[in-house]
Ligand binder design. Structure first.
Ligand code: AMP
Ligand code: ZN
Ligand code: FE
Ligand code: FE
Length: 284
């Protein structure tokens, strides 16, 4: 019997997913997954609830995070697995990130409010307390106010980086991100590095530098990676002997991505587990 699918990239309401960590675990069981990683943006606040929720389900939880980093104007997402969530440097950096995201979201909303009847309170109403705030929550507020039919439409319009309302948030460099994750005993895997659009294709030299700094894997099977980009990534992964992952990037109802739509091979997960020294998978 083939083993049940391994999905290493999902979001809960601790960041911009629409389900609580416990609901996400239930959805993963329902979807027939064998392993799910919880990878909220810049936060580990969902780990304990997800850990309690997997007990007795037969589902394995891989606690993780999707760390925001920035290379020039481009946003680079670094998946991090099985690190020590109390590591002081990483805790400080993620706290800074969440704070910078909060103020950046306030400024974006201020600009939008000049043209649309929307307030900061409308955005807070779409997020749980302490959540990592981002454009998805502004999108949900715009939808609630009737200014967009759904989150994706809001991203394509009012929240697009070309709309005039946009600004990026502060974030560490990918190089620093890799180092922080490694120093916390975790396994850094660069998320969806070949998506279409603005500056999502990291130059090869920058990639080599990241590998030298300790980058361990690359997320290749992801709906936003282009076919040509995935091909290039496979060559890169072979050259550097990197771990190769695939995943859904599930956001509940916030994105069309479905649990298990892409998955990771068991031997690749094994490499992640063996390399990690900060935390262990939770077998439910
Ligand atoms: P931000 O980091 O605040 O600039 O917002 C970008 C984030 O929004 C990315 O991490 C996306 O995964 C997330 N996101 C969630 N739902 C959607 C959606 N429906 N369309 C586009 N991006 C989305
Ligand atoms: Zn997201
Ligand atoms: Fe991402
Ligand atoms: Fe994600």
């Amino acid at each position: 019997m083939p083993s049940r699918p391994i999905d290493l990239h999902t979001h809960s309401s601790v960041s911009d997913g629409t389900e609580t960590p416990a609901e996400l675990v239930a959805a993963a069981v329902q979807a027939g997954l064998g392993t799910v990683a919880l990878t909220d943006h810049d936060s580990t606040a969902g780990w304990s609830e997800a850990t309690r929720a997997v007990a007795g389900t037969g589902l394995t939880l891989v606690p993780g995070m999707e760390l925001s980093t920035r290379l020039g104007l481009d946003s680079v997402h670094m998946l991090a697995y099985l690190f020590d969530p109390t590591d002081p440097a990483l805790v400080a950096e993620t706290a800074r990130l969440r704070d910078s995201r909060l103020h950046r979201a306030e400024r974006i909303v201020e600009r939008i409010a000049a043209d649309y009847d929307i307030s900061w309170g409308d955005v807070l109403a779409q997020s749980t307390s302490g959540a990592t705030l981002g454009r998805p929550h502004i999108a949900d507020a715009l939808v609630a106010k009737g200014f967009a039919p759904d989150r994706s439409a809001a991203f394509a319009g009012i929240l697009h980086w070309r709309s005039g309302y946009y600004e990026p948030h502060e974030a560490p460099s990918p190089l620093l991100g890799v180092r922080l994750v490694r120093e916390a005993g975790g396994v850094p895997v660069i998320a969806h590095p070949a998506t279409r659009g603005r500056g999502t294709n990291i130059p090869e030299r920058a990639f080599d530098e990241l590998v030298e700094a300790g980058l361990m894997g690359v997320e290749i099977a992801h709906r936003e990676n282009t076919d040509a980009g995935a091909e290039r990534l496979r060559a890169l992964a072979r050259r550097h002997d990197l771990i190769v992952t695939g995943s859904s990037d599930y956001h509940g109802e916030g994105k069309p991505n479905r649990l298990g739509e892409n998955s990771t091979a068991p031997e690749e997960l094994e490499r992640i587990v063996e390399a990690a020294t900060g935390w262990a998978p939770v077998r439910g």
